[in-house]
Design a protein around this ligand. Structure first.
Ligand code: UD1
Length: 333
């Protein structure tokens, strides 16, 4: 089966590309390198020792996308290409609505034109907004509260409408919790672009002495040690979930939303301590004010993924912090 991966040079896309190639799929990657680099493409080839077609292409250009579909016999798409910085989305909402939503509409239109009706969509647990309780199941109400999250929610709605209109479509909507970690080779991972917003890249740059100290955003949350609790999931586990999601929709019309998380929450301090202990490096930190818009605690109920996909996260916090550090230690800044 030939699978198109949009945003395949990015953090989750590159790990998914590796898993697909290692499972015998043919892949085609499109990426505009707006938040990634050609090196990731080379490293996917190095890890797997396999070749594939790559197109430097912005999914906002329908002509460019059509050209890819006319050259390649694409049977399914895994769609990652999107902007993802929450803070920036609050400052520049139009940039986010335009790129994430228009790009996806272009993609769906071209897929329809070429009779390709299988898509795995990269959504986020952020579509739930603040949960009334934990763990979070897929039938929780959807209340995104920043433009980035709203783009994911709107695309989910578009996909549900598409399936209502034509139930030949096979659509898997994957709601990720907090992906961290990197491939065990140390060749691909999350390379921060400027000062990171997310916690793991920040911890890594502090450990590498490129940043002075981590600010822990608040220690007065109603959690076990007062710091925010999240469901961190290893990016390699997450990537494997995409393969299962592809198999799930391969031979049927369906539109289903599925959480990809571990079901287990760690606090900021637990994560920092695990990182220091496992990697034997210091991570100086200071407690600061809460970050506006942050939630105290959320984690997934991952039981639907196990039931319908036969997928379960396997890698623990130690693998996550170890592989993140291995990747960043190899990078020049
Ligand atoms: C954020 C996004 C979410 C996105 C996810 C993964 C928001 C509101 N949500 O989630 O939409 O899907 O990233 O990309 O931004 N923290 C610190 N110091 C730091 C950075 C973070 O203490 O320098 C804390 C946060 O307060 C939080 C935890 O670490 O408790 C995780 O933060 P982060 O990695 O930014 O992810 P989320 O905010 O959960």
């Amino acid at each position: 089966m030939k699978v198109l991966i949009t945003g395949g040079a990015g953090y989750i896309g590159s790990h998914t590309a590796v898993e697909l190639l290692e499972s015998g799929y043919d892949i085609v990657i499109v990426d505009d390198f707006s938040n990634s680099s050609p090196e990731a493409i080379e490293n996917i080839k190095k890890i797997t020792n396999k070749d594939f077609s790559f197109y430097k292409c912005d999914i906002n250009s329908k002509d460019a996308l059509s050209a890819v579909f006319s050259h390649e016999k694409i049977e399914a798409v895994i769609h990652f290409a999107a902007y993802k910085a929450v803070g920036e989305s609050c400052r520049l909402p139009i940039k986010y609505y335009s790129n994430n939503i228009s790009g996806t509409i272009n993609l769906l239109d071209v897929m329809n034109e070429y009779g390709c009706k299988k898509i795995v969509f990269s959504s986020s647990a952020t579509v739930y907004g603040e949960p009334e309780e934990n763990p979070m199941t897929e039938d929780f109400p959807l209340h995104p509260f920043n433009p980035y999250g709203t783009t994911k929610y709107i695309i989910e709605e578009i996909l549900r409408d598409l399936y209502r209109a034509d139930n030949e479509w096979g659509i898997s909507i994957l709601r990720y919790f907090n992906p961290i970690g990197a491939h065990h080779s140390g060749l691909i991972g999350e390379r921060p672009n400027g000062i990171p917003n997310n916690i793991m890249p920040y911890i890594c740059l502090v450990a590498k002495k490129k940043l002075e100290k981590l600010s822990v955003f608040g220690n007065d949350y109603p959690t076990r040690d007062g710091t925010g609790v999240r469901d961190y999931i290893h990016v390699v586990d997450l990537a494997k979930g995409h393969l299962k999601a592809l198999e799930y929709i391969a031979d049927k019309g369906i539109c289903d939303s599925i959480n990809l998380g571990t079901g287990c929450g760690y606090s900021v301090l637990e994560l920092v301590n695990a990182f220091s202990r496992v990697n034997n490096v210091e991570v100086p930190y200071v407690i600061t004010e809460r970050r506006p818009g942050d939630l105290a605690e959320y984690y997934a109920d991952p039981s639907k993924a196990e039931k319908v996909l036969g997928w379960k996260a396997e890698l623990g916090i130690e693998d996550m912090v170890k592989s993140s550090w291995k990747f960043i230690s190899n990078q020049q800044f």
